[in-house]
Structure formats: structure tokens, C-alpha cells
Ligand binder design. Structure first.
Ligand SMILES: [Zn+2]
Length: 122
């Protein structure tokens, strides 16, 4: 299939607007000189429009009332409980205490040299 053949093959996708911008531009250039593709595109679009007309219908008038009544009568799940302010404050304090650098106790040898029992004997 040559380049022209590939362009002919786009007629269905073009008729359903299922082509990208490059394909659309190429096919529209091709259609200017191709009577067959112009006619086929027109037929496909007409068929698609007829199919779409048969595929939908206005919803019954009671549908809205029926759906809203069912939603009202259906037990709903409770939303998850949010923590109270006291729980949030405790969490903030625990986090803050955990991130404050703690002062290390002095090394044991220093304590012994200044006030330990060995000093009193000297
Ligand atoms: Zn063509």
C-alpha cells in the first residue's frame, strides 16, 4: 500500500474524528483531489449520525426522584473521625520534644575530679 493508499485508509477514522492533527491535515489535502474518499466520508458521517440518534433517549421523568430517594434512604458510611484539639496538641509536643537537642550529661570522669569521693580524701 503506497502513501496514497494509506491516506485512503484514513477515511473511516477521519469520518469519526479519530485522527490526530497530522493525519487530519493529510487526509483533508487528499480529499480535495479524491472524489471516492469525499463520497465515502460523507456516507460514513451520515451513518454515524443515524446510529447516534438511535443510541440515546431522554431519561424517564421519574429517574431523578427515584435516584435521590434511594440515596436518601441508603445508610451512609460515617466519615473518619478527626483527632480532637487535645490529641493534636499532644502530638505537636511529642514531636517538638523529640526534635529538641538534649544536653548530654557531663562525662563521669569530670564529675569524679571535682566533687567525687576521691577529692575529699586528698
Ligand atoms: Zn482517497
Amino acid at each position: 500500500m503506497g502513501r496514497n493508499g494509506r491516506t485512503h485508509a484514513l477515511v473511516g477514522a477521519y469520518a469519526l474524528d479519530a485522527v490526530d492533527d497530522l493525519e487530519r491535515a493529510a487526509f483533508e489535502r487528499h480529499m480535495r483531489d479524491c472524489d471516492g474518499c469525499r463520497a465515502e466520508c460523507a456516507e460514513l458521517r451520515e451513518a454515524a449520525a443515524r446510529l447516534a440518534d438511535d443510541a440515546w433517549s431522554p431519561p424517564p421523568g421519574r429517574l431523578r426522584h427515584t435516584v435521590l430517594t434511594a440515596a436518601t434512604n441508603t445508610r451512609q458510611n460515617r466519615p473518619p473521625r478527626r483527632p480532637g484539639p487535645a490529641v493534636v496538641m499532644i502530638a505537636v509536643l511529642v514531636t517538638a520534644i523529640g526534635t529538641v537537642p538534649q544536653r548530654e550529661p557531663a562525662p563521669r570522669s569530670t564529675q569524679l575530679g571535682t566533687s567525687g569521693p576521691g577529692r575529699e580524701r586528698a
